[in-house]
Ligand binder design. Structure first.
Ligand code: SF4
Length: 323
């Protein structure tokens, strides 16, 4: 469905390129919620932008590509990096970070829906007819059709987020990418947004990719997830398995630092800080914080490989699983 083939990206700066995504290689399947987790600055949002083909200077793709393929209305489609934007809204859509503030403040929501539906999909349909379809869709999502007459400032942050999700899913895209969809919302509203996303995925049977630094979000709604560290995915697998049996030292420390119901033990954070992307250490980038680091880790970057059925990780300590 969405194949990321050895992708590397960098930001062009006056001091030279800053490599943000390094040789990332994985697949996201049809009919799943896939999570991308990691600390701030690890490259999650840049990776999501690359998935959406919204790579614009100073961000550049250094190597690798993306392939978005699937079937819609009985027709097979396949787009590569540079072409994916041709199918925005139809086959892939994007809920950006701080989505609540991307709505045009001086236009009622009906204009924002009309603007986001590609003209070819409206097929000369009168606006009133399109708006009736939108109103019906809002009702199906338990949102009031009266919202179409409202301005964004009249809505709460949570309601604006729901409207953005409705906009992003109206065309029933095969893939929906959402960047930190619950950030800056209180826990009750967060829960409602997560339920809305899960309900939509079940209904559309499509693929959702959720970026969040909040491991609780991944635990609640994702089927599989990738853990990012300093521009690379360092562990990937089924979410439940990763929480139960993390294999990469970073993931082990990350999961070990999370509070659990009934566990009163003192939790400690991961010592140290992630390396600056402008000057990363040679070898494994987690080595300066890793309690198991050996000489080889300081010299050679570990390969991202299959280490268990359905599980991939990048660590010299882990053996490659036979295919
Ligand atoms: Fe730690 Fe070495 Fe594995 Fe990196 S490769 S996580 S330093 S053991």
């Amino acid at each position: 469905m969405l194949k990321v083939d050895n992708l590397s990206t960098s930001y062009s700066t006056i001091d030279g390129p800053v490599h943000v995504i390094n040789n990332v290689d994985f697949e996201i399947y049809e009919n799943e919620i896939f999570g991308i987790a990691g600390e701030s600055g690890c490259g999650k949002t840049t990776l999501l932008k690359a998935l959406y083909d919204i790579v614009e200077f100073p961000l550049v793709i250094d190597s690798g590509k993306l392939i978005l393929s699937g079937e819609k209305n009985g027709k097979f489609f396949s787009y590569e990096t540079g072409e994916i934007r041709k199918t925005w809204w139809n086959n892939i859509s994007y809920v950006p970070q701080a989505a609540q503030s991307v709505l045009n403040p001086i236009a009622p929501l009906r204009h924002q829906f009309l603007d986001s539906i590609p003209r070819e999909d409206r097929k000369n349909e009168p606006e009133e007819k399109t708006l009736k379809r939108v109103a019906k869709y809002l009702e199906e999502l338990s949102l009031s059709p009266d919202l179409l007459g409202a301005y964004p400032f009249q809505l709460s942050g949570g309601m604006r987020q729901r409207v953005i999700i409705a906009l992003a899913t109206f065309m029933s895209p095969n893939v929906v990418l959402a960047d930190e969809p619950t950030t800056a919302l209180d826990v009750v509203v967060q829960r409602g947004i997560l339920m809305m996303l899960m309900g939509l995925q079940k209904r559309l049977k499509n693929t959702m990719v959720i970026v969040s630094h909040d491991m609780g979000v991944h635990y609640q709604i994702t089927d599989r997830m990738g853990i990012m560290y300093s521009g690379s995915i360092i562990e990937l697998g089924e979410t439940e398995d990763i929480f139960e049996r993390p294999v990469h030292p970073y993931t082990q420390m990350l999961v070990g630092s999370l509070p659990k119901v009934g566990d009163k033990s003192q939790k400690v954070g991961i010592p140290g800080r992630p390396p600056a992307l402008t000057n990363p250490p040679p070898g494994c980038r987690f080595a300066p914080r890793c309690p198991y680091a050996k000489d080889v880790c300081l010299k050679h970057a570990p390969q991202f490989k299959k280490v268990l059925p359905g599980r991939f990780a990048a660590c010299h300590m882990l053996k490659r699983e036979a295919n």
